[in-house]
Design a protein around this ligand. Sequence first.
Ligand code: BGC
Length: 759
Amino acid sequence: MENEWIISDNSLEEKDLLKNESLFNVSNGYLGVRGNFEEKYPGNYKTIRGTYINAFYEDAPIQYGEKAYAFPETMQKTVNVTDSQDIDIIINGQKFSAFQGTIKDFNRYVDIKKGCYIRELHWVSPLGEELKIKITRMASLKYLELFVINYEIEKVNFDEDIIIQSSINGDVANFTDENDPRVGTDHAKILSIKSITAEKGVMQIVSETANSKNIVAVTTRHQYDTENEITVEKTEKSVHTIFKIGTGSKIINFTKYNVYTDSRRHKNVENSGFEISERLSFISFESLLETQAEYLNKFWGLADIDIEGDEKLHQGLKYNLYQLLQAVGKDEKSNITAKGLSGEGYEGHYFWDTEIYILPFFTLCYPQLAKSLLRYRYNILDAARERALEMGHKKGAAYPWRTIIGKECSSYFPAGTAQYHINGDIAYSYVQYYLATGDFDFVKEFGAEVIFETARIWLEIGHFHKGLFKIDAVTGPDEYTAIVNNNYYTNVMAKYNLKWAVKFYNELKFKDEKIFKSLSDKIGITEEEVENFENAYKNMYLPYNEELEINAQDDTFLSKAVWDFENTPKENYPLLLNYHPLTIYRYQVLKQADTVLAHFLVEDEADVSTIKNSYDYYEKITTHDSSLSCAAYSIMASKVGYPNLAYKYFIETARLDLDDTHGNTKDGIHTANMGGTWMAIVYGFAGLRIKEDYISLSPKLPKAWNELSFGFSYKGNYIKVYMKNDKTEIVSEGNSLIILKLNKTLYEITGDKKIEILN
Ligand code: BGC
């Protein structure tokens, strides 16, 4: 039954079940539930049974062997909250389980057009009772607090009563793995129960985190269309509602409405839970399904993208975009975590992943959600200012490498706090949003302040040396090289940041005196400071190696020995799990795209031959141990004229989670890579670039495909690109004037228009 909208996997093998818990998560940007089985697996199977609320956190102390000045003392971490998944079906004392009796038919899939996950079974119990069960789950994209589960049960060959036991369980813990730095290592039991309500119509558990004192409630009600006898049982940490469904009804329809409320969003968590759940439980499941499908219809309308010629890749691409929609925080308090809401990898933290790998998709396909992500960074600006002071800087904002509420959560500074480039990445994403939407009001209200404050940090950590502006002791995106001077990526992003700070300062000064004055008063920015910005960016040092004719990754990188790839067995990758960091730092070996990524983001800083030479050089020594790498290499392979490599790297990104190629999908999906898949198509194969005054496209359709089409919003117009074997068509809808450079020809487009060029 698979197609590009349906992703299925019916395996009941333990390792597949664990991975599929992540793949079949249902999330809506506020809450996410892993694809566990309601009735659980056999007791000896590994599972990560998890429900998460975006930006709901605990403050966990960080234990250091040796602590130094300004190391963060605590970190925020995501919390596995009260479990509302449990439902058991009992016939003649026998619990339904897919691991007992006989399965005549089984289908497990996610429908990404409708926005729900389904499990269908035709099952015969060990005593011979036959049931057809369809379980549908969704995290409502319209009613963000709602996680709903619907059961349709058909009694095929018997009349006896069945019992449905529906529970909520407050005895939950976080997942830990002390051998993998990419998941939490400590602090499993976080929540303690404050109150339990067990009534016939409603169950509620309210719990609190020990340190941050954040409160979460799950409030559960049910809808059913058959005569029932109901009892409610309460234990110390859980509540069960037991429905005895009498003879007579062959088909039973049963819906469990779980409403999550939390103290970061709701004033009175308990009461809001009762109120919201009462309101939502009156909406029929059918109607919730319809609303969900409408939401997705709108999403797919904007994020429209199709490949003809490879179904598997088409499916992977669509699945990845769907996951981004599921993961994205929509309330400005939350962002998009490295794993979405599908697992606990990276402890629910937000990284530069958002700005560089994910925002491009939202900026061009769903600007409203992009705005919400940008607003989140604005909302944590004060925390970034505090961090700057803590780090010894006199002014500016130092955005944390990983965070939930704005405070630095990284305990390993060489690959954490030292990644100052996150400041440049955030500034870059504001500029890109402005270039794509033309929304100067947003710049005035939020963007300019972020860009000025991030720019200030470069003057704090950089200095002039022999007339050039240099930045020492930073780490670039390649975490297999740490604390270096003049990382090309960092310097080039700092240059961009400073340049736009000057531009916006001047524009504001002339365009909006009032805002200019209030912002200047607020942050005390002066003409002199802006002159310093200008001086720094105009003289920014960008390392270049004359002999190799490439941009050097940093001042010392090219003089190190090259890693011995030939004698590194396959099982020693990722290197980070098998070598001490110092061993890795001593060699020329990259975890992920660094200079190559910079050449994509700010391509005008280098000429085409330097970009190509750099690609050739760095590609050979990149391990792609980070899932962020392949997308950048795919985009740049398209640019420098290696279509086969571009395609190879694209394949890696498109199905990274579906095929679990990194072996850790069980800890959650890889959201940055998912955004990267879209980028590899739009910036890679189609060659889209958003320039200051125009957009450009240089389409190169992969040989294996018959057609590639996608759409995006640009300055209020909607542009659809159709790349075919023999021609490219561009259809623009909207009223503003846009300038489009297609290969080498410039077009001025106003109103609805179609352009066609033959290949
Ligand atoms: C990468 C970082 C990334 C983080 C979260 C690490 O493995 O090296 O660049 O931000 O994962 O995805």
